[in-house]
Design a protein around this ligand. Structure first.
Ligand code: ADP
Length: 171
């Protein structure tokens, strides 16, 4: 089980072995965090991603990190669920994203991983519920990844992730 950290900041600036991007099924690059990752990694990221597309919601695949600064060596692309009210297995798909990212990270020998708040931007997942699923899934999945850093991009997500971490650590 990994140690979880929560920070406020830019995913692309994290000094870890691999970063997770909240992609769309084409893996060609989207908005939000995915745009920032593609901008930093350069055009070969979309080339490598599209060769592995389409990627189903809940699944994850890895590509090299291309122009991202070391120590980041891999980008793990996952497709979160689009929030449609909660009756379409969104929670199971979101949990699957985090589990699959750890499984893919394990195949690469990744020891430190940074992840954004998947689906809480354009895909509209309610952030409190998404934070609960992120923390509960990551902290209970068996993995060789030693540290997972949850990167919040706004104060609201930071506070939600921090309080989930506290609540679930004492439970
Ligand atoms: P999705 O389509 O899965 O909702 P988004 O990229 O729209 O993906 O949003 C996911 C989360 O990533 C949101 O909470 C958003 O604020 C956050 N985010 C956007 N840019 C960055 C960034 N550079 N670093 C970390 N998180 C980011």
């Amino acid at each position: 089980m990994p140690v979880l950290e929560v920070v406020l900041g830019d995913l692309v600036a994290q000094r870890v072995d691999a970063i997770v991007t909240a992609a769309n099924e084409s893996l060609l690059g989207g908005g939000g965090v995915d745009r920032a990752v593609h901008a930093a990694a350069g055009p070969r990221l979309a080339e490598a991603g599209s060769a592995l597309a389409p990627l189903d919601p809940g699944d994850a695949v890895a590509t090299p990190a291309f122009r991202l600064d070391p120590p980041v060596r891999h980008v793990i692309h996952t497709v979160g669920p689009v929030w449609e009210g909660g009756g379409y297995d969104e929670a199971a798909v979101l949990a699957s994203c985090y589990r699959r990212c750890l499984a893919v990270a394990d195949t690469l020998g990744v020891r430190s991983l940074a992840v954004p708040a998947i689906s809480t931007g354009v895909y509209g997942y309610p952030p409190a519920e998404a934070a609960r699923i992120a923390v509960s899934t990551l902290r209970t999945t068996r993995t060789g990844v030693a540290v997972v850093r949850l990167v919040a991009f706004d104060q609201g997500n930071l506070e939600l992730l921090r309080s989930e971490l506290l609540a679930q650590e004492v439970s």
